[in-house]
Design a protein around this ligand. Structure first.
Ligand code: FES
Length: 219
């Protein structure tokens, strides 16, 4: 895998301060953050899709078994950055907290920004893993990952989630947008399914589901 490989990027484990490294390619991270890379690189080697698959916009698989709690991997699917985040138990508890819900614009995901199988409190097929299109619904920037609810950045009342620095939109760790920010909708959820307990296939619905990604309200 070379530095120019476009397929998989990582973000720092929970609690780490995000930086430009959030969006460096995995091979670069292998040089700079040995501990993280040692975990992720074998997975990437297995999962890098071939160029024909990517060119056709076909499904991309990701092995979740080596992801640590709080860690996020970014996969490219149809030229979109797809955030895949391993959400620890504390984060799942926060996602159900009234203190958070009262601050969200669409806490029940009423807007069709996700398949029906992700129209629930965790916006996913499995609460332990969030899968989102990492494109801000305001003007299309890539939000930064700030998982630590005790951090003083990017806001003093932060509960963990995503922050879009260009105009200040905020999302929680289910990709739900906060009220009073420029972004109007929750982060989109792409079609995906669990192939087995630890492998997801992004770009493919579960059996008997017919979600069409083109029907998403806004990307
Ligand atoms: S593009 Fe995200 S806040 Fe403007």
């Amino acid at each position: 895998m070379t530095e120019s490989s476009p397929y998989v990027r990582i973000t720092e484990p929970s609690g780490a301060r995000p930086s430009r490294r959030d969006f460096l390619y995995i091979a670069t991270a292998a040089m700079g953050t040995v501990g993280v890379a040692a975990t992720i690189v074998p997975m990437v080697a297995q999962l890098e899709p071939d160029k024909a698959t990517l060119a056709a916009g076909g499904p991309v698989e990701l092995d979740l078994s080596k992801m640590q709690p709080g860690q996020q991997v970014i996969v490219r699917w149809r030229d979109h950055p797809i955030f895949v985040v391993n959400r620890p138990a504390a984060a799942l508890k926060t996602l159900q907290s009234p203190k958070l819900l009262e601050r969200l614009a669409d806490p029940q995901s009423d807007e069709m920004q996700q398949p029906t199988y992700a129209q629930n409190w965790h916006r996913s097929a499995n609460p332990n893993y969030g899968v989102f299109v990492g494109i801000c619904t305001h003007l299309g920037c890539i939000p930064l990952y700030y998982p630590d609810p005790s951090a003083s950045e990017p806001a003093t009342d932060w509960l963990g989630g995503y922050f879009c620095p260009c105009h200040g939109s905020k999302y929680d760790l289910a990709g739900r947008v906060f009220s009073g920010v420029p972004a109007p909708y929750n982060l989109p959820v792409p079609p995906y399914r669990f192939v087995n307990d630890h492998m997801i296939r992004i770009g493919e619905n579960p059996p008997n589901s017919h979600f069409d990604f083109a029907s998403i309200r806004q990307i």
